[in-house]
Design a protein around this ligand. Structure first.
Ligand SMILES: NC(=O)C1=CN([C@@H]2O[C@H](COP(=O)(O)OP(=O)(O)OC[C@H]3O[C@@H](n4cnc5c(N)ncnc54)[C@H](OP(=O)(O)O)[C@@H]3O)[C@@H](O)[C@H]2O)C=CC1
Ligand SMILES: O=C1O[C@H](COP(=O)(O)O)[C@@H](O)[C@H](O)[C@H]1O
Length: 483
């Protein structure tokens, strides 16, 4: 299958933080891929910016190195890469000072789409927006892209929203949640709203519960300073898992427009019940023999930050009343595996003698690895003899179904192009982020007030015992992590 490419309008993309980790690993390689497939018009330009003094040629060289390191080689890569690098320019700007802004103004063109991507630390977001505004660089048609974390609580998220909105209109602000750019996450919307099969069953009458798992095998190495101040709740649940929950639970939007989709997501967040402490399991990985422990990795021997969280969440509305959503995410787990599993109710009655309990179907939307969709069904064992039943999966791997040669777009490359196109559907709106913090804040505050300590779990396991108990006491089981 050949994927369709819709070219974007000519643009100037200013990448603040162009010498940083995210720019090198994700944003610049993503832009290169879009160039490779012909989505960038000849007039497109990428202007890197950071405090580091260098000229355009040095930036091209460092981008070349990054792309060679972080993208797979291909027969034409060298030639395409050389052409891509010609689109690059660089301007030194210390965004905390007056230095460099006029140089930046001089390289920007008036008649093309203008996008400012803030791939810098969050403490600089509002300052940069302010400076862009003061220097007259933020034209009515320009866009600003803001990385995560978007605040660390409701108050800071509100302040950041105010800072951005003082300089840009909401329709110009693109708050990144890279999970929304993942292929399968969007496929969840296609599955629900482009098929008539699932939607009639997508409610508490038919769904017993939903499990959302984002398991990571990596630990915190190298990101300790940030992570120890955040923990799994702020780093993953408030944004990515809440977004997955929203897309699973939301009502069908009347149309596929940014605000129609985001209106429905906000309604879900606002319908979330407060979570009781008993419905949460927090964990921290600790190796008996040392060396692979969270506390060693973050350099804080008394840290009480969670590297794992599991929780039972209720969406208090007509559609989902009585159907819990179980969320789970953690570092240093058995495998890197993310999925949404919709577990349907058991058949109400069995006509088959001696087959035991008939278990409900499970629809699994696999985010990573091996993106795809699986439906667990019960069938008759093949062959003669008495009727015996087995559970088998109807399995659709996107790689198999769409052709192994169709490279899945990375989330960042899709999202950057959406910015240029002016499509905010896959970006979080300000009220959405604030609603998520309003739900999360009391949970974190309670841990702080009670001095809650996360339970220990072994690196390479499925998390702490307490997470298993959360399910067992409801007569349910987590799906296995790691195949
Ligand atoms: N790395 C990742 O995997 C992810 C990162 N993020 C977010 O993306 C953002 C960037 O992260 P990351 O790339 O890891 O961070 P890095 O620390 O690797 O890079 C920070 C960048 O900001 C520049 N910078 C710092 N201070 C200034 C300043 N005063 N003026 C101009 N430029 C400045 C640095 O360049 P110089 O020193 O030359 O000025 C560098 O290019 C953060 O908000 C982070 O939370 C989000 C998800 C994942
Ligand atoms: O935003 C973040 O996401 C990554 C996980 O992203 P994935 O695309 O690899 O699933 C996580 O490791 C990181 O802690 C968090 O900040």
């Amino acid at each position: 299958m050949v994927s369709r490419v819709i070219p974007v309008d000519p643009f100037d993309l200013v990448l603040f933080g162009a010498t940083g980790d995210l720019a090198k690993r994700k944003i610049l390689p993503g832009l290169f891929h879009r160039f490779e497939v012909g989505q960038m018009p000849p007039e497109a330009r990428i202007i890197g910016s950071a405090r580091t003094e260098m000229d355009a040629e040095a930036f091209r060289q460092s981008t070349k190195d990054a792309i060679e390191e972080f993208t797979p080689d291909s027969p034409n890569r060298a030639k395409t890469l050389a052409a891509f690098l010609e689109r690059l320019d660089y301007v030194t700007v210390d965004v905390s000072s007056d230095q460099g802004w006029q140089d930046l103004a001089q390289v920007l063109r008036p008649d093309v789409v203008r996008a400012f991507y803030l791939s810098v630390g969050p403490s600089l977001f509002a300052d940069i927006a302010g400076r862009l505004h003061e220097c007259g660089l933020a034209t009515p048609d320009s866009r600003i892209v803001v990385e995560k974390p978007f605040g660390r609580d409701l108050a800071s998220a509100r302040a950041l929203n105010e800072g951005l909105r003082a300089c840009f209109e909401e329709h110009q602000i693109y708050r990144i949640d890279h999970y929304l750019g993942k292929e399968t996450v969007q496929n969840l919307m296609a599955l629900r709203f482009a098929n008539s099969l699932f939607e009639p069953l997508w409610n508490a009458t038919h769904v017993d519960h939903v499990q959302i798992t984002v398991a990571e095998s990596i630990g915190i190495d190298g990101r300790g300073a940030y992570y120890d101040q955040s923990g799994a709740m702020r780093d993953m649940v408030q944004n990515h898992l809440v977004q997955l929950l929203c897309l699973t639970a939301m009502e069908p939007p009347s149309k596929f427009t940014p605000n129609a989709v985001r209106d429905e997501k906000v309604k879900v967040i606002e319908a979330l019940d407060p979570v009781e402490p008993a419905d949460i399991a927090r964990g921290q990985y600790r190796a008996d023999t040392g060396g692979d422990s969270y506390r060693d990795h973050v350099g804080n021997s008394s840290s009480s930050t969670e590297s794992f969280i599991a929780m039972k969440v209720s969406v208090a509305n007509w559609r989902w009343s009585g159907t819990p959503f179980y969320l789970r995410t953690g570092k240093r787990l058995r495998a890197r595996e993310s999925e949404i599993a919709v577990v349907f109710r058991d058949p109400p009655h069995t006509i088959f003698p001696n087959v035991g309990r008939l278990r409900g179907n499970v629809l699994v939307i696999r985010l990573q690895p091996d993106e795809g969709i699986t439906l667990r069904t019960t069938i008759k064992d093949p062959g003669p003899g008495g009727l015996r039943l087995s559970e088998v999966s109807l399995d659709m791997s996107f790689a198999d179904a769409l052709g192994a040669d169709v490279r899945q777009q990375d989330a960042y490359e899709r999202l950057v192009m959406d910015v240029i196109r002016g499509d905010q559907t896959l970006f979080m709106r300000g009220d959405e982020v604030e609603a998520a913090w309003a739900w999360v804040d009391p949970i974190i505050r309670n841990w702080e007030e009670t001095g809650d300590q996360p339970a220990a779990y072994d690196p390479g396991s499925s998390g702490p015992e307490e997470a298993l108990m959360l399910m067992h006491r409801d007569g349910r089981r987590w799906r296995h992590i790691g195949g």
